[in-house]
Each structure stands twice: as structure tokens, then as C-alpha cells.
Write a protein that binds this ligand. Structure first.
Ligand SMILES: *Cc1c(COP(=O)(O)O)cnc(C)c1O
Length: 375
């Protein structure tokens, strides 16, 4: 699905020398590369504060911890995404409210968010799924009208841009009160291990969060709040400093690959290619995800694995049907789209090193598969 070795070859000189320097100086934790990365990312995102942490799940948990919520407060998030959001909501004894997604973008359906808001709702966590920014204009309007916090889960959307109706363009992750991301190796901006970060333009939240990530300390050995230990290590920051200047290039390569896939698959009536809402900056193709609409998704998956063509099913089970998050409140008829998506979606290899021959081969095989079905 990704080709991190080839990507590494291009930045090897820079990364190897700087990693060696960390070894030689022994600055493994909170070394200069970490503060350098923090400020590099603040410039890239055009956001006041970046707070690095250990991974994208921690980033979500810490973001929620900073909001002074009470057990039972309701947090609205998507039913069709990775489990990290619902997991940290539940861990903090908050009340997850899962909401169905939009058929065209796989992102949370704002009309259904409206219906899910109650007097106990305190925050919304939109996820920019597969790299496509959610409808942040509607979400921010809803949040404002109902006095809710917005935390953007930008783990899959780094570098995407939302265009408001007044033509204002803002990078994903910096529109809500807080944004979070993951630097897991396969993300659009990935390191060589685990890493994550929280973004905000709010000085007060940034101050609170800087203490939370460091055991709740604002002064050494004075623990004012319950915190966690969550750090980005210096070696990961070295890798990120080498890759951040290339992020827009990487995302362009992903978009080119997506265009090639779509041009070769869109006439196939058994499937639906990804729908890009907004301009080309609104989708950075963390995944290239097809909907197989003739009921043959699992057969296609088997065919691809026989041919040793990588693929992914993101996500095979919607969150409201996961054992850990079952809840009597949920009614199947409220999750028509996420249920359908879990049966239809399949993601193809997507990374900055894909070439046209590889894409041609994959698409040829997929088109052949469906032709064989007809005969
Ligand atoms: C990867 C991912 C996360 C979790 O990130 P980790 O660094 O693995 O903890 C959270 N949300 C989404 C949408 C992700 O894709």
C-alpha cells in the first residue's frame, strides 16, 4: 500500500546525518530537532501553536482532556473511521455519539449532526477521512450556534485546505478550536516510528495542553492537573524536519496518482471512484477508496490478493457495531451509509512513489475482473 523504502532513498543523506548527530549528542528527548519541528510545522500550517506528542491517539485524548469536560458529556464523532476517536472519548468516561457519514465524501453528515445535538453535547470531532477535508463551514456554524468545541482529527488530512464560501482558504486541522494529527509512518506526513501533534490558535488551550503532555506540570514537580507523558522523540523530529518541506510535493504526487486511477476506472459501471468536493486542495488522498456497487467487493479483494496486488478495507465494521462500543441507543436505521460503506469500500495502493505503469497494471486487472464477471 505504501513504499517507504523508495521515499527514504531520496532523503537518506539528510536523515542519516541528522539522526547520527542525535546519537552523538545524546539529545534523545526534547532535543533541538523537536522545537525546530514545532516551529516548522507552525509556519507550514499557519497556526499559532503546535504541541508535539507521542502519537495521533494521544493527541486526540489530550485535546479532549484540555476542555474541562465532565463524565457523561456527549462528544459527536463519525461512525465510519478508525477507532481512535471513540476510544479516547470512552476512556475519558465521556459519552460518544456516533453519527452516520455522507455517501459522497465518507465524512460526517452535518444534517445528521444537527439531529444528534442535545443539551449535553460539548464537542464535535470531524475526521478528514481518506484525506478529504470535512465540510468545516457547516461544522463551525453548528458549533457556534450550539456552543460546542470542534476538534479536527487531521491524521489523514495533513496538507489539505478548506475553502469557505467567502473564498477564505484555511489548512485542515487549524479551523476548529483544536486539531490533531498522527505521524504514523504511512500517513501523508509520517515519521519512522510513532508521533503526533495537537494544533491550536487558542493561547489558553495551548498553555493547558503543554502542561498535560508533561504530567500536568506547569512548574517542575508541581502537578496542577492530571496529565500524561506524551512526547515526540528527537529522532522522529529529525525525520519530520526532512519530510515536512516535501509534504506538498508528496501530496501532489498522490493527487496525480488519484487522477490516473480515476481516468482508468471511472467508466467501469461496477464501481464509483472518489468524489472530490471543492478544489484540488481539498483532498490529499491519504487513501484512494473505491465503492464497489455490484456486491462483488469481497470477491474483488480475493482476486487482488491472489494477484498479490495490495489493497485495504477501511473500514470493514462501522464503530457502532464494534463490540467495545455497542450501545442500546444506536438504531441501525440511523447508520445506513456507514453500514453500506463497510460493505462497498476498497482502497488501492496510494503513495508518493506510485508510477503510471503500476497504476495501469492495477486498473487493467480490476477492469478485467469485472468483465469476467459479466461473461
Ligand atoms: C492513524 C489515525 C489515528 C491514530 O494515530 P496513531 O498515531 O496511530 O495513534 C487517529 N485517527 C485517524 C483518522 C487515523 O487515521
Amino acid at each position: 500500500m505504501v513504499d517507504l523504502q523508495t521515499q527514504y532513498e531520496f532523503i537518506k543523506n539528510k536523515v542519516d546525518a541528522s539522526v547520527l548527530k542525535v546519537f552523538q549528542k545524546g539529545t534523545f528527548i526534547n532535543g533541538p530537532s523537536v522545537s525546530q519541528f514545532q516551529s516548522n510545522l507552525e509556519s507550514y500550517l499557519n497556526v499559532k501553536h503546535v504541541i508535539p506528542c507521542a502519537n495521533g491517539t494521544d493527541a486526540l485524548q489530550i485535546a479532549l482532556m484540555s476542555l474541562d469536560l465532565k463524565p457523561g458529556d456527549e462528544i459527536i464523532t463519525s461512525d465510519f473511521t478508525f477507532a481512535a476517536c471513540v476510544e479516547v472519548i470512552a476512556l475519558l468516561k465521556l459519552n460518544p455519539v456516533l453519527v452516520d457519514v455522507d455517501l459522497e465524501t465518507f465524512n460526517i453528515d452535518c444534517n445528521k449532526v444537527i439531529k444528534a445535538i442535545t443539551p449535553n453535547t460539548k464537542a464535535i470531532i470531524p475526521v478528514h477521512l481518506f484525506g478529504q477535508v470535512a465540510n468545516m463551514e457547516e461544522i463551525m456554524n453548528l458549533a457556534k450556534a450550539n456552543n460546542l468545541f470542534v476538534i479536527e482529527d487531521n491524521a489523514q488530512g495533513m496538507g489539505s485546505v478548506f475553502e469557505f464560501s467567502n473564498n477564505n482558504k484555511i489548512k485542515s486541522g487549524t479551523i476548529g478550536d483544536l486539531g490533531t494529527t498522527s505521524f504514523f509512518p504511512s500517513k501523508n506526513l509520517g515519521c519512522y516510528g510513532d508521533g503526533g501533534a495537537i494544533f491550536t490558535n487558542n493561547d489558553d488551550l495551548a498553555y493547558i495542553i503543554r502542561g498535560i503532555v508533561n504530567h500536568g506540570m506547569y512548574k517542575r514537580y508541581h502537578h496542577d492537573v492530571v496529565g500524561v507523558n506524551s512526547r515526540l522523540d528527537s529522532i522522529q523530529a529529525v525525520v519530520l524536519n526532512a519530510k515536512l518541506p516535501l509534504l506538498d510535493f508528496y501530496n501532489e504526487r498522490r493527487k496525480e496518482a488519484a487522477l490516473l486511477y480515476t481516468s482508468r476506472l471511472e467508466s467501469n459501471e461496477c464501481l464509483i471512484t472518489p468524489n472530490v468536493k471543492g478544489d484540488s486542495q481539498s483532498h490529499v488522498f491519504h487513501q484512494y477508496t473505491l465503492r464497489i456497487i455490484n456486491g462483488m467487493r469481497d470477491a474483488l479483494a480475493k482476486y487482488l490478493s491472489d494477484l498479490k496486488i495490495p489493497f485495504g478495507i477501511y473500514y470493514p465494521i462501522p464503530l457502532h457495531r464494534q463490540k467495545a462500543y455497542l450501545d442500546k441507543r444506536y438504531d441501525e436505521k440511523d447508520f445506513k451509509i456507514s453500514n453500506l460503506m463497510s460493505e462497498q469500500v476498497i482502497s488501492l495502493p496510494m503513495h508518493s512513489e506510485l508510477d503510471e505503469d503500476q497504476i495501469d497494471f492495477i486498473c487493467e486487472k480490476i477492469n478485467e475482473f469485472f468483465k469476467d464477471q459479466e461473461n
